[in-house]
Design a protein around this ligand. Structure first.
Ligand code: GLU
Length: 304
């Protein structure tokens, strides 16, 4: 009797382990897949005695921590591991290399904060984050509220569809189709403002993972946002999803910061430039975003 119970419990434990491995909350985005080649990541030397004439920097220095806004649901770009709570991805590496040059130890003195697309400008201008590094497209409208360093990467709007989709081949074939995207993102704005051109039925959510779920469940026909983000979801669910591959916008990524912090803006620009030139940027790319299937290309030239 005792033996039977033990066997049953072992079987139950095994079943639970198996369920955890292929499902669970985090499993929605396929957490079992490898999103970072940790051994291949560069390490960043922490600068000493950094002094920058900027209120945002001085406040961060005083608190001994740099607070960086990030995404938590974009595999390979900005992703928070639900068990370790650690953030990983290409944007996270960009944040870490910048932090190190500003004198903050990326492993001990950086606090990542999840900031959704719709609240980025508010979070920056209210000082809830010192910097924002999260698939953040530089554009004139946003420049009225925040400053940017960049572009450090060039993405473009694309479409994610179910693997068996045959009709949607690009932005010209989404007429009358339900296309999911998220509040406050430029790709959603594009299909909404150009309804006459694309004719898609926009479906709006707060988080990208909600759109992924809607797409897999057949509630929407496609999902739209930057190719870099979509490739991550397709790489996580290769049997269910595919990226269409017809870009229909330019999404230059920038690091957002509070307006009027010119010296900090310059220091962050110098940091990105330095790590692009010394090879860290490419190494970081290959160990993160590169794993989702897009080869490294030379980044665009930085402004200022
Ligand atoms: N890059 C686009 C944007 O900044 C879409 C990605 C995102 O939502 O972060 O709106």
């Amino acid at each position: 009797m005792k033996l039977r119970k033990t066997t049953a419990m072992a079987a139950l434990a095994l079943a639970l382990t198996a369920t955890a491995a292929c499902g669970g909350k985090d499993g929605e985005a396929g957490d079992q897949e490898k999103k970072t080649d940790e051994k291949a990541l560069p390490t960043y030397e922490v600068a000493k005695d950094v002094d920058i004439d900027s209120a945002v920097f001085e406040k961060a220095k005083k608190r001994g921590k740099l607070i960086i806004g990030a995404k938590a649901d974009q595999p390979y770009l900005g992703f928070q591991n639900q068990s370790s709570k650690k953030y990983e991805g290409f944007d996270i590496e960009i944040a870490k290399m910048v932090a190190a040059d500003l004198g903050f130890d990326p492993e001990k003195q950086v606090q990542f904060k999840t900031i959704d697309s719709s609240i980025r400008e508010t979070a920056i201008s209210k000082g809830q984050v010192d910097l924002m590094v999260g698939t953040y497209t530089i554009n004139d409208e946003r420049k009225k509220q925040v400053d940017f360093v960049g572009p450090y990467y060039m993405a473009g709007q694309d479409l994610l569809v179910r693997k068996d989709e045959k009709d949607i081949k690009g932005p010209d074939s989404i007429k009358g189709k339900k296309v999911c995207s998220i509040t406050g993102s430029t790709p959603l704005q594009n299909i909404k403002e150009n309804k006459g051109k694309y004719g898609a039925e926009p479906v709006e959510f707060g988080k990208y993972t909600d759109c992924v779920k809607q797409l897999i469940d057949g509630q929407v026909d496609a999902m739209t946002t930057d190719d870099a983000i979509l490739k991550g979801y397709a790489a996580q669910r290769p049997t269910k999803l595919k990226v269409v591959g017809e870009l229909f916008s330019e999404e230059p990524y920038g690091i957002g910061l509070k307006k009027g912090q010119d010296k900090l803006q310059k220091a962050v620009t110098d940091a990105v430039k330095k790590h692009q030139e010394n090879g860290d940027y490419e190494k970081a790319y290959d160990a993160t975003l590169g794993l989702s299937g897009s080869k490294f290309v030379e980044p665009p030239a930085l402004d200022n």
